[in-house]
Design a protein around this ligand. Structure first.
Ligand SMILES: [Zn+2]
Length: 145
């Protein structure tokens, strides 16, 4: 029996083609109630045979440590292609956790830029100092001979 994804507006089916695309299908397991709520389909109740494809889950919902890709316990589908009228009911996905490492990265990148400027400046001032040091020493040697 073919497995179709139960999500609204999704036509993914468990075939060789979707498998090649990296789409995996997942049983509702013990998450039936949460899935039924998340799917928001009128009169729809997740059945034991209900499957959802991997495109409705965030990357962090998967456990890829084993040989097969498995859903983490309590993973709730959050990516759906709802029509516009349903969109405002969508569960907002938290995003600040994604932006903070990026801003930290840019901060350090900026720091490194200024560090380089400082290092170049220090390097040249050292060169100039060395030049004058040897030059004055030579002048003294010339005077003494
Ligand atoms: Zn799907």
């Amino acid at each position: 029996m073919p497995d179709f994804c139960a999500a609204y507006g999704c036509s993914n089916e468990r075939t060789k083609k979707t498998k090649d695309q990296g789409v995996t299908f997942h049983n509702e397991g013990k998450r039936r109630q949460a899935w039924t709520l998340a799917l928001r389909r009128k009169g729809f109740v997740a059945k034991p045979r209900t499957v959802l494809c991997s495109s409705h889950f965030r990357p962090e919902d998967f456990d890829r440590t084993g040989q097969t890709v498995r859903l983490r316990e309590g993973a709730i589908p959050s990516i759906f292609n709802f029509p516009k009228s349903k969109r405002n009911h969508e569960v907002p996905t938290p995003s600040p956790s994604h932006s903070s490492p990026v801003s930290v990265f840019f901060f350090f990148q900026n720091c490194w830029k200024w560090m380089k400027v400082m290092l170049i400046f220090l390097f040249y001032s050292l060169l100039i100092n060395l030049f004058f040091f040897f030059w004055s020493r030579r002048q003294k040697q010339n005077l003494s001979t």
